[in-house]
Design a binder for this molecule. Structure first.
Ligand code: MOS
Length: 749
């Protein structure tokens, strides 16, 4: 089993805990004497707080404390002064001043004996506002001042565009999207003397630990962050948000554990979102479809309390070969909470205008969209000067594999030309990419005398399968069966591990798990050779000869050129040496020289079919295929799950998701699951995914790049391309709206 478990379809090791309800999510930790915090949030988008009257609320049953900017101990801004990177969702600590910067901002928190008491009292707090009209609309916002946040240029894009024989110049808009993982943000804070424990749901235990330490002004060694399970995050749980700090503050005040659970409505205001982007895309090309110029200019809102840049332009600088590229991105501060990464930040929204404009160009040139992409294939990463070699790129194979499997050659390009069962069918395809990052990690692996192994790290499993990956690597190296490998994650007291973000966690932890496992095997071998009575003890060696080389296979230590059965189970070696366990720890990091030699990206091709019934204005996504080149896939089952899940999100992005703000008070109007539509089972057709597997050994010894985000990348542009093919309507603002399609059908028989 030892080599085959890497790359196999391994069922999640934490699956039974989840399906039996035994897995403890943030609010599930049972603490004695729990109190409950419930926030009071601003009901206006821009104001000064003129007064907070808490008298009536304070008299309500069960109320223990009411904290607000007038009576709370001040918190600190994150300084990033610890040795590792730290980042908060919003640098402004809650209750810092009397200003309201967005609707839904925390202005007070009630702490009470029960949740219901806290909630009831929160409704009795009277907040008086000196309100101003909020800025929530990009068109009405003041124009951005100063130089752009991003400015990239190579060659002379403006001149090349002016003289290009064929031109596309269009503006594309992606609406604000709100992360809605099943588990909402939540914290239980408990002080034991001067030690704080935070039970969290986070994508970054280590980052969370550092940020709360900085913002509370409490040293790292007096804070524990515990997050064994996370009901997903999609980026919304990368960085700590105010509820964690408020829970800590409230628990200190009432000297009891305090639980603060964000409501679904507050998911839309206080814990980030993917910002709206308005993106002008200009392409210049030759008559035969060679790109001469790409210009990509992005306008994006940010909040008034922090700066978040959704880096949309990067993908336009590297995906296609083109000598002349210029890209800018500018920010507009508005009265909404701070945006934050959402699955595939930057690249996913940046690909929509790029791939849409490529489709518009293909139509103008009467070229197959796939051929246009092949004509402009980037054999190197031209965004660097000089251009850098790819660590590994099999995008051409993705296109071809996808086209064959899909039957792309049967596509008739005329709009409304393909029909099935009385519906019009439209086909679209787009490229996908995501950069392959890798960071540093420390992992500890222990072999126990009871025949089990334990691997631990302060990274976390956000639902993607990280527990299983750890077990797979230990199983591969030792041959110990997976059900005897215990993986411990999600605890800041463990060795430092990476944030689960940017599709980097797997690529980051693999080498550290491998090295720590190899290290502990070496220690067991050394014990085997040194323990009197052991069959491998030096006294058994032939006189004058070298000691035989020992290895570990199937959980047994044996001579390298003899079968495992000839050896001894590792637990027997530990027991006979009177050792309960041996362990080893390894810290690994990417080689910076290697990282500068190559550009490491994953790639893919995505195909979407829509079925359009013009008679009743019904649009459905009816088929989807994704072909991904992400190096070696460590777990086929978890990998496929990531890609298909991302495609589902792409369908949401394409036809459903849009957070709408009330211009009067900046309230998100559709801050609930009735009005903010996400794709459900009925919206999901047959989806398939194929991995073309070429291990990328420049990234790590397993050749694995990340797969968390790339599955989302090309879905929306492939979908609007399919919609155009089916209806003749080019949708340049997501999500697709039926009324826009209906308007486009007028006069069509
Ligand atoms: Mo991802 S947006 O880095 O969780």
């Amino acid at each position: 089993m030892s080599s085959s478990i890497i790359g196999a379809s391994v069922t999640r090791v934490d699956g039974p805990l989840k399906v039996t309800g035994a897995a403890r999510y943030a609010v599930d930790h049972p603490l004695e004497n729990m109190a409950y915090g419930f926030p009071v949030v601003s009901t206006v988008g821009s104001a000064r707080i003129a007064g907070i009257d808490t008298a009536e609320a304070a008299r309500m049953p069960g109320v223990l404390a009411i904290l607000h900017h007038g009576n709370a101990d001040p918190l600190f801004r994150p300084a990033g002064h610890f040795e590792s990177y730290s980042r908060a969702g919003e640098v402004r600590p809650p209750f810092e001043d009397d200003q309201v910067y967005y609707y839904g901002q925390f202005v007070a928190i009630i702490v009470a004996n029960t949740l219901e008491q806290a909630q009831a009292a929160a409704a009795r707090v009277q907040v008086r506002y000196d309100a101003k009209p909020p800025v929530v609309d990009l068109a009405a916002a003041p124009a951005p001042e100063g130089p752009p946040r991003i400015h990239y240029a190579r060659g002379g894009a403006a001149q090349a565009f002016d003289s290009a024989p064929v031109k596309i110049d269009q503006t594309y808009t992606l609406s604000t999207e709100t992360h809605n993982p099943m588990e909402m943000h939540a914290t239980i804070a408990a002080w034991d003397g001067d030690h704080l424990t935070l039970y969290e749901t986070t994508q970054g235990v280590v980052n969370h630990h550092h940020v709360v330490s900085e913002m509370l002004g409490v040293p790292l060694d007096r804070i524990s962050v515990i997050s064994p399970f996370c009901g997903s995050g999609f980026g919304g749980k990368l960085f700590p948000w105010p509820q964690s700090l408020l829970a800590a503050m409230a628990a200190k005040r009432v000297q009891r554990p305090v639980k603060v659970q964000i409501t679904r409505g507050l998911m839309f205001t206080t814990v980030g979102h993917r910002p709206l982007t308005q993106q002008r895309m200009r392409l210049g090309a030759t008559q035969d479809g060679k790109l001469l110029s790409i210009q990509h200019d992005v306008l994006q809102p940010t909040s008034l309390v922090d700066t978040y840049v959704e880096g949309c332009t990067g993908v336009s600088t590297m995906l296609y070969s083109c000598q002349n590229v210029e890209a800018t991105q500018q920010l507009v501060p508005m009265n909404i909470g701070t945006p934050t990464p959402m699955r595939g930040p930057g690249i996913v929204p940046g690909l929509f205008p790029l791939e849409s404009a490529m489709d518009e160009l293909a139509i103008q040139l009467n070229l197959d969209p796939l051929d246009l992409r092949l004509k402009n294939y980037a054999d190197q990463d031209e965004s660097y000067q000089p251009a850098r070699a790819w660590s590994s790129k099999r995008l051409r194979e993705c296109y071809q594999t996808g086209a064959n499997k899909w039957g792309w050659s049967q596509r008739t390009p005329q709009v409304r030309s393909m029909r099935r069962n009385g519906e019009i069918v439209g086909w679209g395809m787009a490229s996908a990419t995501w950069h392959a990052g890798r960071g540093s990690a420390t992992v500890r692996v222990r072999l126990n005398a009871d025949g089990t192994a334990r691997a631990s790290c302060a990274t976390q499993d956000i639902g993607t399968g990280t527990y299983t990956i750890f077990a797979q690597v230990v199983a591969e190296k030792t041959g110990i069966p997976i059900d005897r490998i215990h993986v411990v994650l999600g605890d800041s007291s463990l060795p430092d591990g990476p944030t689960s973000g940017g599709s980097t966690a797997t690529a980051t932890v693999l080498p550290a798990i491998a090295q720590a496992t190899t290290g502990v095997i070496d220690r067991v071998i050394a014990v085997a050779q040194q323990t009197p009575g052991s069959p491998f003890h030096a006294s058994n060696n032939a006189p004058g000869g070298d000691p035989p080389k020992l290895i570990m296979t199937a959980g047994r230590i044996h001579v390298a050129d003899q079968p495992p059965a000839s050896g001894v189970p590792f637990e027997q070696i530990l027991s006979s040496a009177r050792l309960a366990a041996l362990d080893d720890e390894a810290r690994t990091a990417p080689d910076p020289a290697e990282a500068h030699k190559f550009s490491a990206h994953s790639f893919g091709a995505q195909f979407i079919e829509v079925a359009w019934d013009p008679g009743i204005a019904r649009l459905r996504v009816s088929r989807g295929l994704t072909v991904i080149d992400a190096g070696r896939i460590i777990n086929q089952k978890a990998g496929r799950n990531q890609i298909l899940g991302a495609v589902v999100m792409g369908i949401g992005m394409g036809i459903f998701e849009e957070t709408l703000y009330d211009p009067r008070n900046a309230k998100p109007l559709n801050n609930n699951f009735a009005d903010y539509i996400v794709a459900t089972n009925a919206d999901i057709p047959d989806l398939d995914c194929i991995f073309v597997e070429y291990p990328d050994l420049h990234v790590n010894e397993y050749g694995a790049r990340g797969i968390g985000e790339i599955g989302l990348a090309g879905v929306a542009p492939a979908l609007t391309m399919a919609v155009y093919h089916a209806t003749g309507v080019r949708v340049r603002k997501l999500p697709v709206r039926l009324e826009e399609l209906m308007a486009g059908q007028r006069g069509i028989a």
